[in-house]
Design a protein around this ligand. Structure first.
Ligand SMILES: [Mn+2]
Length: 342
């Protein structure tokens, strides 16, 4: 980690009286974990500052037990107050996204804000929206990077149980419970240090994953039995869900989280996709194994992006047109997909 950047971040935190932490729309475990973990740390590094964690829209209920989750301000629910905080912020910490556009409705206010903007993120190809960037695609998660930043500024002694719980959630969820994006020893050294701070990693796992409602579990069953298509020649599996499907299972935010991974866990499947019908678009969630790059596919065809093995995008066509289009581009990728089969 670049010493000049670290010194700059430390000075900015200590010298700002009004700080906002922002993360991407549809915040996940890493977005919330890194934001809350850093929030707890900022409060100790500069107790006099006003620090607000701002998210564009609601986050899943399985994250609401996290320490200080009740302090998170949701733009969707509190527009005017949040706009004021962004306008008067001197420092804006942008966590777990690589372009201000990923904050959707917050974007115009963040773009207009005169706050000094610091990016801490692990997505590829960050845009030039920020004054200082800590960007590392090698890191498992933004939460791991927050661990690095905190220990570079203050040493691992600055961690406490609250910070450690939050960062553990981020690393655990962004690695699928240590099953991908976790080949580096540094990730486990960070986790070891978090666990030293008296967190119950098994309890955290249960709080995050063993929280299905009956409806969510039945929706998952429906996805797998009624909505799964396997294209063996392309080592591809996809699932689609219409608005009617979601309504039938009284869908709540976060209920489709992880569904795509079931498609990817079929033997021989390299590419898995979940198509979900939203109000004005089809949301596309992509996962891959090995070298096959869904970031490239999402950017080229679905106006999206993300990571090599986990990306997302949107289609503004109907569900059936989107599925036909998706199947039509697969031949273009057949060689690359086949290379990743093992
Ligand atoms: Mn992340």
């Amino acid at each position: 980690m670049n010493h000049q950047n670290i010194a700059n971040i430390r000075d900015r935190i200590q010298q700002s009286s009004s700080i906002v932490i922002v993360t991407h729309t549809n915040p996940d475990g890493d977005a919330i974990g890194s934001s809350l973990g850093f929030y707890h740390y900022l409060l100790s590094l500069n107790p006099a500052a006003s620090v607000k964690v701002i998210v564009p829209n609601e986050f899943p209920s399985f994250l609401k037990w996290m320490p200080a989750a009740e302090d998170i301000m949701v733009y969707q629910l509190n527009e005017n107050e949040i706009i004021k905080y962004i306008e008067k912020a001197e420092l804006c910490l942008c966590l777990d996204f690589n372009s201000l556009k990923r904050t959707d409705k917050l974007f115009p206010y963040l773009e207009a804000s005169k706050a000094f903007k610091i990016l801490i993120d692990h997505h590829p190809q960050p845009e030039n929206d920020f004054d200082v960037m800590i960007s590392s695609i090698e890191s498992s998660s933004t939460s791991e990077l927050i661990y690095d930043v905190i220990s570079s500024i203050s040493g691992a002694g600055a961690l406490n149980q609250d910070i450690a719980s939050c960062l553990y959630v981020g690393i655990m969820t962004d690695t699928g419970s240590f099953s991908y994006s976790c080949r580096r020893p540094e990730t486990y050294l960070a986790v070891a240090e978090l666990i030293r701070h008296n967190i119950d990693s098994e309890l955290i796992h249960r709080k995050i994953y063993d929280t299905y409602s009956e409806n969510r579990m039945r929706l998952l069953g429906f996805c797998l039995s009624e909505r799964l298509t396997v294209l063996k020649d392309f080592h591809t599996a996809y699932i689609y869900l219409t608005k009617d499907d979601l309504n039938h299972f009284y869908h709540q935010n976060g209920d489709t989280e992880g569904v795509v991974n079931y498609a990817l866990s079929i033997e021989g499947i390299v590419l898995a996709v979940l198509f979900t019908e939203k109000e004005d678009r089809i949301r596309i969630s992509m996962r891959s194994k090995g070298e096959f790059n869904v970031n490239e596919m999402a950017r080229k065809h679905f106006n999206g992006g993300g990571h090599k093995n986990a990306s997302g995008g949107d289609s503004f066509a109907s569900m059936s047109e989107t599925l036909i289009f998706f199947e039509s581009i697969l031949p273009e990728y057949q060689d690359d997909i086949t290379k990743s089969v093992n």
